[in-house]
Design a protein around this ligand. Structure first.
Ligand code: HEM
Length: 135
């Protein structure tokens, strides 16, 4: 996983598109319309907050990973209690990557694609780590 590539792609997307919140959720709900219901009454504020937390988690994960691996495991387990299974929890990170790909266009290179795929796979492994214990 290439931390500099991930950071660069996030900075470039923020410079071009500003707040990514509407883009990420439009993509998420286009793929999984039923999830629009699952955010509850405070949907709009929960949207921004959850994306902010996901981005912070990504930055920690690619940095010193002081807390990200544990946070992904714990939030994945917490989300299962909101009827959001680990696969769906991880979908959010993939959708962030696909949103960046759309915003970056030609600047989304093969290296960028590989770095994000590896990141999402590593986060997916953390998100699924408690499943054995729950089974
Ligand atoms: C598609 C994937 C996801 C769905 C459908 C989802 C859904 C939800 C729902 C329904 C809640 C409860 C809101 C309430 O209090 O009424 C919640 C809370 C929360 N979500 Fe997500 N979530 C997803 C992914 C993520 C990701 C990737 C992160 C960040 C790592 C995250 C971070 C949080 C946080 C910090 C809360 C506050 C409560 C808690 O700590 O559990 N969510 N989410």
């Amino acid at each position: 996983m290439q931390a500099d590539i991930i950071t660069h792609s996030l900075e470039l997307a923020a410079a071009r598109a500003g707040d990514l919140t509407p883009l990420v959720y439009a993509r998420l709900f286009a793929e999984r319309p039923e999830l629009a219901q699952s955010f509850g009454h405070n949907a709009k504020s929960v949207h921004g907050e959850m994306l902010a937390r996901a981005l912070e988690t990504i930055l920690d994960f690619i940095g010193d990973s002081a807390y990200a691996a544990n946070l992904v495991a714990a939030e994945s387990a917490a989300h299962a209690t909101y009827d959001v299974p680990p696969e769906t929890f991880v979908t959010f990170f993939r959708v962030i990557a696909e949103t960046l790909r759309d915003v970056l266009g030609a600047d989304w290179t093969a290296e960028t694609d590989t770095a994000w795929r590896e990141l999402v796979a590593a986060m997916s492994a953390c998100a699924h780590q408690d499943e054995g214990a729950l089974a």
